[in-house]
Design a protein around this ligand. Structure first.
Ligand SMILES: Cc1ncc(COP(=O)(O)O)c(C=O)c1O
Ligand SMILES: [Zn+2]
Length: 425
């Protein structure tokens, strides 16, 4: 396998007209070399990552608002065909943007919103990226839909593949939380647990992608198409705020793809005239036990040094993040920051969000809310400005994280006297 050229098409087949909507070509993020749209993910000149370039027609707010209450309302801004709604998929997105007044008061913020992506079909934001990858896999006529995953992605790939009727094979580190294992195995017979961390699983997936024909690994050889799905988080936040951008946004960082794509979405909305151009700050959140991007930010490095993950925030446990340097660039350029918190702070933040806003988040969301708190305490976040924090996954998948922190206030006999004696009245 060279230059990211792997065969993910089951048989040589011309790609139909309009397969990728308004996308026109792939462009290298490093050297800007372009190439035709296809199953490629690395630049043939410099091996840099490829991303999708578009030629957008005029797009109005009204057109978008007339679309379905899922990510396909933004289909004109994604590398998908105009008839995308006709092929079975999980129809993720258009999740709630909640005004979080209680959490804001607790943290001393004036104006705070939670973008709650835990209500997607498989309970994480990964349904968004997988829906775009599934469309690409279909257009490439791939025969297997696959991924290496820290847990949530495997859930989303297995479920989307089942609905689309395509064979799925998903790879996870063998030490994942039981609910995440079951949430994949229930949808697919081919869940492969690998003795190693995510970076080992990712390496194995790249090797298989190079050897096997017709396999679409969503975040490896279909990555340029997959990653675009995260832009829909940015579009939705802007639309739900009444077609404007927030002043500050806090986003979890594993590979860093989501953060870079939310920023790309905001830039596209500005260029298309769908929102007013204004400055905004982007902040990245990591857990200290896997914080290579936060370390690089703190140390002022231009490179991200890989780390060996050791944290309860397993969904964010990518020690060698593919988009880490781009996260650094965006957070520095916009005046934001990348910060990290300990596992105990992650646990406390899960309970804080639950008790202030009634939202049960997983460890990734605990990391993000905990980092939001830390950014306030360290003065990096302006408490006067409008802030959005993204909750990317559901707490029912990482119950163990808070199992020792929350329990019944009392176990009592079924009598009024016993209730009074418990001191809860
Ligand atoms: C719940 C959750 N949030 C955030 C992320 C981070 O995503 P990215 O790899 O795009 O940085 C992940 C990645 O697996 C995740 O599962
Ligand atoms: Zn290049």
């Amino acid at each position: 396998m060279t230059g990211g050229q792997v065969s993910i098409t089951a048989e040589a087949k011309t790609i139909r007209d309009g397969a990728f909507g308004n996308a026109v070509e792939l462009v290298c993020r490093e050297c800007s070399t372009t190439r035709e749209l296809g199953p490629h993910y690395a630049c043939h000149e410099c091996f840099g990552p490829l991303e999708i370039k578009y030629d957008f027609p005029a797009i109005t707010r009204e057109q978008i608002e007339a679309g379905p209450a899922n990510i396909w309302r933004y289909k004109a801004l994604l590398p998908v065909p105009d008839d995308i709604e006709l092929s079975p998929n999980l129809e993720p997105g258009y999740t709630r943007l909640l005004k979080a007044n209680n959490l804001a008061a607790e943290l001393g913020l004036k104006n705070l919103w939670v973008k709650d992506d835990s209500t997607n079909p498989t309970n994480s934001f990964k349904d968004r990226v997988v829906a775009c990858a599934l469309s690409a896999a279909r257009e490439f006529n791939s025969k297997v839909f696959a991924c290496p995953s820290t847990g949530n992605l495997a859930n989303a790939v297995a479920a989307a593949g089942a609905r689309a009727g395509i064979r799925t094979v998903v790879f996870i580190p063998s030490n994942l939380e039981t609910p995440k294992v079951i949430n994949s195995a229930v949808y697919t017979e081919n869940l492969v647990a690998v003795d190693g961390n995510y970076d080992d699983v990712n390496k194995l997936a790249s090797e298989i992608a190079g050897e096997e024909d017709g396999w679409a690994f969503v975040n490896v050889n279909v990555r340029p198409f997959y990653a675009e799905g995260s832009k829909t988080l940015g579009y939705e936040i802007a639309e739900q705020l009444g077609w404007r951008l927030p002043d500050q946004i806090v986003i979890p960082v594993a590979s860093g793809s989501q953060l870079t794509k939310v920023h790309k979405a905001f830039q596209e909305l500005i260029k298309l005239g769908l929102v007013e151009d204004k400055p905004y700050k982007v902040f990245g959140a990591q857990a200290t036990g896997c914080s290579p991007v936060s370390e690089a930010f703190r140390e002022g490095w231009d490179v991200v040094r890989p780390q060996k993950p050791d944290t309860i925030a397993k969904s964010l446990a990518i020690g060698n993040p593919a988009d880490g340097i781009y996260v650094l660039d965006i957070c520095r350029e916009t005046g934001g920051a990348v910060a990290d918190i300990t596992d105990d702070e992650v646990r406390d933040a899960i309970v804080l969000l639950a008790r202030t806003e009634g939202i049960f988040t997983e460890t990734a969301g605990g990391t993000t809310v905990g980092v939001l708190k830390k950014l306030v305490e360290t003065g990096l976040l302006d408490t006067e400005l409008e802030t959005v924090v993204i909750n990317t996954g559901h707490g029912l998948k990482t119950l163990d994280a808070v199992a020792d922190l929350v329990r019944p206030a009392a176990t009592i006999a079924p009598t009024y006297d016993a209730f009074v004696a418990a001191g809860i009245a």
